[in-house]
Design a protein around this ligand. Structure first.
Ligand code: DXP
Length: 255
């Protein structure tokens, strides 16, 4: 069970809804992923004009928790404004804080992210900041009171998998709130890797929406997350320097 603030989920896979070729493909992928949490950029929705159809209209929203994100914000003030718009529109009080520092790396701005979280927590939001794999920032944000941290595996859309497992491991070890590895994943093995390290969940988008068969990839990612989590719970064998025979060797004569 994944617990974030007052929310609980069976699935540990959170899915982004951007860049799907069409709404039908997206619905099939969402279904196949088994996700319960869908994230989307608030700026993609025309919240002022609810008569216009948007992608959320094609999904059975009773089955999903919406996780609006502040993509497009480059300052704390912008992120707060977007979050308030999302909450006022009745989407959710949970917000993924995404304050991007530059347009090339799309890496999050740690200072503006921190400021935005401080304000949003005061305003009573359930706050999930997207951050780099920065151990100290993850710690400082938890001291502030965020409800989860979302360190990136590698830059958004880069598909490079987990660049720094060492940092992620430390973030996970020290965490007092769920750690959701967010962005940069490509293959089910990356999702499994994050879960094997002890992450509480994984958020991904491009790996599914940009794949040759999004529904099939969504299912593969679901299986990757589940396999990684099971392995983590089972406890993996320690890595050894030398061989250790897997059959009993007592009584055998070695030449
Ligand atoms: C939709 C969303 O929130 C993305 O910004 C997220 O960070 C996923 O990144 P990938 O597309 O690399 O999976």
């Amino acid at each position: 069970m994944l617990r974030i603030g007052n929310y609980t989920f069976e699935s540990r896979l959170l899915l982004g809804t951007g860049k799907f070729s069409d709404l039908e493909v997206q619905s099939q992928a969402v279904e196949a992923s088994g996700t319960e949490v869908l994230t989307f950029a608030v700026r993609r929705l025309n919240l002022e004009d609810r008569n216009k159809q948007h992608f959320l209209d094609t999904l059975d929203l009773k089955r999903y928790t919406l996780l609006p994100n502040t993509a497009g914000a480059s300052t704390a003030e912008e992120a707060v404004r977007i979050a308030e718009l999302a909450r006022a529109s009745g989407l959710c009080d949970m917000i993924k804080v995404e304050v991007i520092g530059d347009g090339i790396t799309l890496l999050p701005d740690p200072i503006e992210t921190y400021k935005a979280c401080e304000i949003l927590l005061e305003k009573g939001f359930t706050v999930l900041p997207y951050i780099s794999d920065d151990v100290i920032l993850a710690k400082r944000l938890q001291l502030l009171g965020v409800h989860a941290v979302m360190p990136g595996a590698s830059p958004i859309g880069a598909g490079r998998g987990i660049i720094n497992p060492y940092n992620l491991e430390i973030i996970i070890e020290q965490a007092v709130v769920p750690v959701i590895v967010d962005a940069g994943l490509r293959a089910p093995k990356d999702a499994a890797h994050a879960m094997e390290l002890g992450a509480d969940g994984v958020l991904l988008n491009t790996a599914v929406s940009g794949s040759g068969d999004p529904a099939k990839m969504a299912k593969a990612m679901r299986m990757g997350v589940e396999a990684g989590r099971l392995a983590y719970e089972a406890g993996m064998i320690p890595v050894k320097r030398y061989a250790a025979a897997s059959s009993p060797v007592e009584g055998m004569v070695h030449t």
